[in-house]
Design a protein around this ligand. Sequence first.
Ligand code: HEM
Length: 251
Amino acid sequence: MRSATTPVVSGQRASSWPAALDLIQSLSGLALGLFMWFHMGFVSSILISEDLFWIVARMFEGYFVFGKPYYWIVSIFVAVIAMLLGLHALLALRKFPADWAQYRSMGKHTSRLRHGDTWLWLIQVATGFALFFLAPVHLYTMMSHPELIGPYESADRVWTGNFWPLYLILLFAVELHGTIGLYRLALKWGWLPSAATEAGRRRLMQAKWLLTAFFLILGLASLAAYIKLGIEHAPNAGEPYTPAWIQEGAQ
Ligand code: HEM
């Protein structure tokens, strides 16, 4: 973070790098935010049926195109998301307060301004910091064991594999971080849902909280479904899920 007291040398041409880095950070954040919406859609298919989640998982492995699963497709996809996350986190580090003096001045500004958006920025910094540690655990598991994605396989990981506490914290961190990020992007680039700035900001904030609530409820309901299935399947943990129609076809 550049200190407010950093002198700007007059006559020197301003570098375009900070703007370029800011744009890359915005674009990588937008891509990750949109990915998380799709991700929640796929993961929550378990709420409709176990078969549907099985179909979604196999679809990503190319099963319905090639007639058999190619797990490396999933691993490559996860690696791309991990790189995007790494890039986004690296660029975000520029904005973190760097020393005690900066933390102190940030604290003073926050309590003096009492502005909602300043608090949102602080929540984004804190949740971003948490994601920095938590998301790689999940991504590495998905990348190294793509064959273990399915109704029983996922539910066993969540319950018998004790992943549910990680997912619970990850869910709150990612939903707060993502929706605050998208809200800030919309403000930054002027995508307000009304020509009147004040009303536009208000509506944007309402949309932001609605989205946060929607994805948190969907995520909690899905996590509860994996936990329930995981508890039921615990005696047979490790056994993969096969839809009844495939079992019947094989007989
Ligand atoms: C930024 C990256 C990611 C984050 C923050 C993230 C976050 C999460 C969270 C919070 C859950 C629990 C969902 C719930 O509460 O119902 C979850 C589950 C899951 N995620 Fe991700 N995810 C990410 C990337 C991915 C990728 C790239 C894949 C692709 C394979 C993936 C596949 C899954 C699956 C299959 C589950 C179900 C549980 C399991 O099988 O362990 N995630 N993820």
